[in-house]
Design a protein around this ligand. Structure first.
Ligand code: F6R
Length: 604
């Protein structure tokens, strides 16, 4: 959602805040703003729209000061106007916030009744005014901050600057992540390791309910009950240079083409090719005894979960439930004693998935998470963490995180099946060898991208596009549709190929391209028959398949390498990503920051 950063520095804050906001812009880009303390005065600059708009404002009206806070916004309460942009400021404090203050209406009414007026519609402004009222009543900055926190309900990460205090900053975390960065005579706050890359690699992840008081040389963390607490320092491996487009036009393009490398990297952490086995991180429970697995995630990560269901049921013969995280706890799921719940999330912070994790944890399930961000909340609250090692993913549309999630889920499946005796040593070794082969095949697919680019250019004018697949390729069809709609704004749906005749086929005419995902196998003939039904109704069919003799009459056939059943879904993720990417480029949309979206969704 929103990105926040705070710097108590020894040099000008604004260029450093802007640098950090650039790395945080993936979290939201509806508006941006910074505030500093200079000569005891608070100063602020804000602009609706992307960070470049704020850069223009700052060029015209620079802001001095070595202490500052910054914000990039994904709008929740109030439109993305300048008045609703953060920081929110009074004559005493400036505040940036990520999350939602659920009781803001009651607080606003209370403050309005005392004569306070508000310039915008955000929940955050209420926090600034509330803290100001405590300061005006004579509270010290520390007391005013803790009094304010005690009144807030909801999910928030906050960072606060105070007029007249160039060497003081407060931060708080409740439901939304916040990290303290330690520097040399400087200290920082940020939404994540990306915010602080280039500033600090010594990080302290605040726990739920924690708040912190910082000066340049000191900091003290407090629990929600205001008792002081020490939290561990961890070392971030995120370097500022990792967040760079290189020679690519977009981060998404870079991340698509990185996939052979990062999937190899991820597999390298989980496979032992010499001994032909899988090595998972230490597990505190008996994997062989797990009676049922629950997979929970959102969006693209949910499609990874759906693919994994096929693997786990077919290879390890363990029953699997798959749920969309935002629905999970509200259906009051029936858990099986000793069950394992696995939460899949690139960011490890998605509120829906985190809430589902806590629900399963409270019910006594074993908790595993598959995340890209190591210090994330989900990772910290899990019994077993399986990192995907994809490196920072900046493009809002997830690509390399998806294939790395699949790689890790595939390795997990093999280990589970080996542990519970569903497969023997030879089968394990064969699966390991198959997985090892995936990066080379991925590279081969990417090197033949020109054909997909041409197809994308041809179909980019369509209003609707359908993706179809059967079995394990059905979730890949849904992922293809999601990718296309989120970055090209073309309406797309993914269907189980056999389901078309039960309704969606009514949509087909010569203006509706249909993308068929049908590698050779037990279900491919059936999928191809469904595609024939589409062609008979003048539908324009594009087939992704390793079948070199597809039926006549296709609009296009993209030849894929043949591969085993385990890695095939990973491979077929690539052409659907490329198709979406090139269609979006053809349409001229903002590929890395599609409208209305944000990368890390920390609200329900
Ligand atoms: C789509 C996309 C989203 C995310 C979803 C979950 O390209 O990126 O659908 O997959 O918001 O995010 P994480 O995996 O961070 O929990």
């Amino acid at each position: 959602m929103c990105g926040i950063v705070g710097i108590l520095g020894l040099t000008a804050a604004v260029p450093r805040l802007m640098d950090s906001l650039k790395r945080l812009e993936y979290r939201g880009y509806d508006s941006a703003g910074v505030a500093t303390v200079s000569n005891v005065e608070l100063g602020r600059r804000r602009a609706p729209g992307k960070l470049s708009a704020l850069a223009d404002v700052l060029a015209a009206t620079p802001l001095e000061g070595n202490s500052g806070i910054g914000h990039t916004r994904w709008a929740t309460h109030g439109e993305p106007t300048i008045n609703n942009a953060h920081p929110h400021m009074t004559d005493r404090v400036a505040i940036v916030h990520n999350g939602i203050i659920e009781n803001f209406k009651a607080l606003k009414d209370e403050l309005t009744a005392t004569g306070v007026s508000f310039e915008g519609d955000t929940d955050t402004e209420v926090v600034a005014q509330l803290m100001t009222s405590y300061l005006n009543d004579g509270s010290s900055p520390r007391d005013a901050f803790s009094q304010t926190l005690s009144r807030l309900q909801g999910a928030f990460a906050l960072c606060v600057l105070i007029k007249g205090e160039d060497n003081l900053m407060f931060g708080a975390r409740e439901g939304s992540p916040l990290v303290v960065g330690l520097g040399d005579g400087e200290n920082y706050l940020g939404s994540d390791a990306m915010a602080l890359a280039g500033l600090s690699n010594q990080l302290i992840y605040l726990e739920e309910g924690d708040w912190v008081e910082l000066t340049r040389n000191q900091f003290q963390i407090y629990r929600a009950d205001n008792s002081p607490v020490d939290r561990d320092v961890s070392f971030s491996q995120v370097a500022a240079t990792m967040i760079d487009k290189g020679n690519h036009r977009h981060f998404m393009q870079k991340e698509i083409y990185e996939q052979p490398t990062v999937v190899a990297q991820a597999l390298g952490r989980y496979l032992d090719p010499i001994n032909g086995c899988v090595k998972l991180p230490d597990i505190s429970f008996d994997l062989a005894a797990v009676p049922k697995i629950t997979l929970v995630a959102c969006g693209t990560s949910f499609y990874a979960a759906q693919v994994a269901r096929y693997w786990i049921e077919q290879i390890a013969r363990v029953p699997v439930d798959v749920d969309i995280a935002s629905e999970f706890r509200y259906r009051d799921p029936v858990y099986t004693d000793g069950g394992l719940a696995i939460f899949i999330s690139q960011s490890g912070e998605t509120m829906d998935t985190l809430s589902a994790l806590r629900h399963a944890k409270a019910a006594g399930q074993h908790i595993a998470s598959i995340v890209n961000v190591l210090g994330s909340t989900m990772a910290r609250e899990s019994d077993l963490v399986m990192p995907i090692h994809a490196g920072p993913e900046v493009g809002v549309a997830s690509t390399k995180a998806f294939t790395c999630q699949l790689a890790v889920l595939a390795a997990f499946t093999v280990q589970l099946a080996s542990a519970n005796g569903a497969i023997n040593e030879t089968q394990v070794a064969n699966y390991v060898a198959e997985l090892e082969h995936a990066p080379a095949l991925m590279a081969k697919i990417l090197s033949a991208d020109a054909q997909i680019e041409a197809i994308a250019q041809d179909i980019a004018g369509a209003r609707d596009i359908l993706f179809v697949g059967r079995g394990i390729y059905y979730p890949i069809a849904m992922e293809g549709a999601l990718k296309l709609k989120e970055i090209s704004y073309i309406h797309a749906e993914g269907y189980a190929a056999g389901e078309l005749k039960h309704g969606p086929i009514a949509l087909i005419d010569d203006n509706v391209p249909v993308i068929g995902i049908a590698p050779k196998g037990v279900l491919s003939e059936k999928t191809v028959s469904n595609l024939q039904e589409i062609m008979a109704r003048k539908g324009k069919v594009v087939l992704f398949s390793d079948d070199e003799t597809p039926p006549a009459g296709m609009y296009a056939h993209v030849s894929m390498p043949s591969a085993g059943d385990l890695i095939s879904p990973i491979l077929y993720a690539l052409p659907v990503q490329l198709l979406a990417y090139y269609a979006a480029v053809e349409k001229g949309t903002d590929v890395d920051m599609p409208r209305n979206l944000a990368k890390s969704v920390t609200v329900e």
